[in-house]
Design a protein around this ligand. Structure first.
Ligand SMILES: C[S@@+](CC[C@H](N)C(=O)[O-])C[C@H]1O[C@@H](n2cnc3c(N)ncnc32)[C@H](O)[C@@H]1O
Length: 338
């Protein structure tokens, strides 16, 4: 299974100092990340890997800005189209300055509401009102697990779970294994997000960037994003600008009394330096009653992944307070209870 999220996780960790290592990164991206889910990006990445001129241009950017996702999204945002690589090569050479500036100004902040489908089984098991904090929230679309409808596919049947007010305009599909669908919606009494760069979902330009970050072939994801964005824009979340390591404690301290505090992150910790990641659970657990939910790629928190057997097939590990409980599709498309 190969997805945008896995690519993000790989890309952000990449440190490319030479043309050769950048070439190898683009080849790896083509083979391991894009091959299954985006033939267009796979061909583009192979094209970049073989294109000394474009590789040299990329080397003028700071290391974290050389990601394939960022390059390709910036080019599409600026009108490169989705033709074959020779057309992209010509386009990049004639639009390099604006592409470069876009790559410097923006970052890969894909927000996937679909991930709520794998959080729901945990959240729905909490009977108290929940104070929900997401770190690395992007536009905060995952802060609304109680506002979406879910279609859980299990053993050839589909079980729908709806908000108390009835079916939502946003319906998320998820295949379940080894467990039954949740029978109730969580009661989210308070919600807040933290991000280095919170995205204002009511802002057309920012929403357009989120749309462009979705790979060209993934039309269903674009439709899901548009539906979730419309829903959330009607009642935007509280999103604070801050670093999850420095600022989560002060946000936790603001959670109302008589709630179960839940702090979660999904497709986020790969962005942090590996040596720092283990500090995060300690920060959350400094609050005596906080529940910590992590939904991250297999390589991101090795201490948790070591408890999971079988090869890394690209799925995330969903854990609660450090105990792995499921392998999940990186966009929330599947939940296999461990
Ligand atoms: C790939 S997006 C995932 C967004 C959302 N969690 C989801 O699942 O759709 C990762 C987000 O984490 C944020 N992020 C990365 N490092 C962070 C940090 N140290 N503190 C706060 N946010 C961070 C990025 O700005 C980005 O918006």
């Amino acid at each position: 299974m190969s997805t945008l999220s896995v690519a993000e996780a790989v890309s952000v960790a990449v440190v490319e100092t030479s043309i050769q290592s950048l070439r190898e990164y683009y080849l790896r991206f083509a083979q391991l990340e894009a091959a299954d889910s985006s033939p267009i990006y796979a061909e583009w990445a192979r094209g970049v890997a073989a294109d000394e001129e474009v590789l040299r241009l990329l080397l003028t950017l700071p290391q974290p800005k050389r990601q394939a996702n960022l390059l390709f999204a910036a080019a599409r945002l600026l009108g490169a189209g989705v033709g074959e690589y020779p057309a992209l090569h010509a386009w990049l050479l004639s639009h390099w300055e604006e592409t470069r500036q876009t790559m410097l100004d923006r970052s890969t902040q894909t927000n996937e509401a679909g991930r709520c489908a794998v959080l729901l089984p945990v959240l729905a098991s909490i009977t108290e009102p929940i104070a929900l904090i997401e770190v690395g929230a992007s536009a905060g679309l995952c802060l609304y697990p109680d506002r979406y409808s879910y279609h859980y596919l299990i053993d050839g049947r589909t079980v729908a779970v709806h908000p108390a007010s009835g079916p939502s305009p946003v319906a998320l599909e998820c295949t379940l294994a080894n467990t039954e669908p949740p029978e109730r919606m969580p009661d989210v009494a308070w919600r807040a997000g933290l991000d280095l760069n919170p995205i204002d979902i009511t802002d057309e330009d920012q929403q357009g960037w989120l749309q462009t970050l979705i790979w060209p072939e993934q039309q269903a994801r674009r439709e899901r994003l548009a539906a979730a964005a419309a829903l959330v824009a009607g009642d935007p979340p509280r999103l604070e600008a801050g670093d999850l390591f420095d600022d989560v404690e002060s946000l936790m301290a603001q959670a109302p009394a008589h709630t179960q505090l839940v702090v979660f992150h999904s497709a986020v910790l790969a962005y942090a330096e590996a040596e720092k990641r283990d500090r995060f659970p300690d920060l959350v657990q400094s609050h005596p009653e906080a529940l910590w939910i992590s939904n991250e790629g297999r390589k991101v928190l090795p201490g948790i992944s070591a408890q999971v057997s079988g090869p890394d097939d690209g799925r995330f590990v969903l854990s609660v307070n450090g105990d792995p409980i499921a392998l999940t599709g990186p966009h929330g498309q599947s939940f296999e209870k461990l």
